[in-house]
Design a protein around this ligand. Structure first.
Ligand code: SF4
Ligand code: SF4
Length: 465
């Protein structure tokens, strides 16, 4: 290897190394029919300790039907072992669509004069949050464009404070994840102090040349600064970070390798991999079969990392990937600024993208339960201070079934009691009864049964393990 690839380096071009990615892709292409190697990689993957980007790239390229089936089957098993049938629910909250960047694929880009620019006041945020609480949401992802004048860090911090302070009826937002532009260590420290959950930043594309073309102007043009954002976030003490790409933006094989190299880098440099990976297919740039294979291969390559799929994807596409490894989805989302409290008139469109899945949260919760999933509103780890590699330690100690499962059932019970339609409640109550039996520890089960009763009869909330 004559190029400078180094996963623990803090230089973007060394941990996301272009030559290493090209070598990886050619290695994968050469070996895509190499049954012996594929079997070896699958055997390693069955140990559930993950795969390197090179190994995972071979699986992604593999086209031998029975091996592809084995890949899907293994992804399903890993998802089942680590995440069970739980799916954590969240909603995005758009604060402002002012933006000084020029991202060519995004309607918020600075030169777009055909979009209504909006920035929520703290009072408007209150209204949005009350609307979200009345839907049943407990976990939000804050979104805002990059604009130091209109959306300075103080505005984001004030907004977080406002959100956590609102307790409407039995509602509460218990975890605020934040998706804002790459910033300084000092600003990340402030976010950490404000009590954010995960810091999310999409790389968009790891391919530097494409990145520079897609982001021609504004601070986001700086590829290196953007790519090292998570390093600064971690340096500031944020150990739950979420990474992601828009798969349609450049060649998906390249992005896949880049994404895994980014995860490897965070592990090598900070000892903690990403908390989540966001899997979005931009503008349906890749077909559903490839999307499903990407999800399966990510699940196998980084088993301990949560995987999110947004409302950008259609119901059909989401349904297909849920059992392959998705652990979190959005529900009842609005991608316009202020869209929860007041639906926006057509001519005032301030949305970042059109939703493929426009169902309400109640519809999504019912749909998930009818497929046998447990919609979970759990935020327990964050609230108990279990961050960073806590999910891994939960997994390793075999406590997931005694921890995530009860938390899922109790938060679902809260949802059913406070917000669900009668039809959804009926499906949910049956599901809870059935799923109680899956809690292995008898003492834990007895405590959960008592808590479920207290939620219903004593109007008590926020039990957690
Ligand atoms: Fe601004 Fe983000 Fe849209 Fe780029 S993708 S124009 S940074 S809001
Ligand atoms: Fe996630 Fe922790 Fe809740 Fe399990 S207990 S679902 S890891 S927040």
């Amino acid at each position: 290897m004559s190029y400078n690839y180094n996963p623990s380096s803090q230089k973007a071009e060394e941990f996301i190394n272009h030559e290493e990615i090209l070598e990886t892709l050619s290695y994968a292409e050469k070996n895509k029919n190499n049954v012996e190697l594929i079997d070896q990689i699958l055997a390693k993957a069955r140990l559930r300790k993950g795969l390197s980007h090179r190994e995972a790239a071979v699986l992604l390229d593999c086209e031998i039907p029975e091996k592809v089936e084995e890949i899907f089957e293994l992804a399903r098993q890993i998802k089942q072992d680590f995440y069970g049938n739980r799916i954590v629910m969240f909603a995005p909250l758009y604060l402002s669509n002012y933006c000084v960047n020029g991202c060519v694929y995004c309607p918020y880009h600075m030169k777009n004069k055909h979009i209504a620019r909006k920035k929520l006041t703290q009072e408007e945020i209150r209204r949005e949050v009350i609307a979200l609480q009345d839907m049943g949401h407990k976990r939000l992802a804050l979104e805002t464009g990059e604009d130091p004048v209109n959306n300075p860090m103080e505005y984001v911090l004030d907004s977080i404070k406002t959100i956590y302070s609102i307790k409407h009826k039995n509602g509460a937002i218990r975890r605020v994840n934040v998706n804002i532009a790459a910033t300084t260590v000092e600003n990340y420290r402030k976010l950490k102090e404000a009590g954010i959950g995960t810091y999310i930043l999409f790389q968009e594309t790891y391919h530097k040349k494409s990145y520079l073309e897609l982001h021609p102007t504004g601070p986001k043009h700086d590829y290196d600064y953007h790519t090292t954002a998570m390093d600064r976030a971690m340096e500031a003490g944020i150990d739950d970070v979420g990474i992601g790409v828009l798969f349609g933006l450049d060649k998906y094989r390249y992005e896949f390798a880049g994404l895994l190299m980014h995860a490897e880098h965070l592990e090598a440099a900070f000892g903690v991999g990403p908390h989540d990976i966001d899997t979005n297919d931009f503008d349906n740039g890749i077909n559903d079969d490839i999307f499903a294979k990407l999800v399966a291969c990510i699940r196998i390559a980084v088993p301990y990392t949560g995987m999110i799929v947004s409302t950008r994807e259609s119901q059909k596409s989401r349904e297909r990937v849920l059992h392959l490894g998705i652990s979190q989805i959005s529900g009842g989302s609005k991608t316009s600024v202020g869209g929860y409290a007041e639906p926006e008139p057509e001519e005032e469109n301030s949305a970042q993208f059109d939703l493929s899945d426009t169902r309400s949260l109640d519809d999504i919760v019912k749909w998930l339960m009818e497929m046998g999933y447990i919609p979970s509103f759990c935020t327990a780890c964050y609230r108990e201070g279990r961050t960073g590699d806590r999910f891994m330690s939960l997994c390793k100690s075999g406590q997931i079934q005694n921890c995530c499962q009860p938390n899922a059932l109790m938060t679902l019970k809260e949802y059913l009691t406070d917000y669900a339609s009668p039809a959804t409640k009926e499906v949910g109550e049956k599901l809870i009864l059935k799923e109680l039996e899956q809690i292995p520890n008898e003492n834990v089960r007895a405590i959960v049964i008592d808590h479920l009763r207290a939620i219903e009869e004593e109007n008590r909330r926020d039990f957690r393990f």
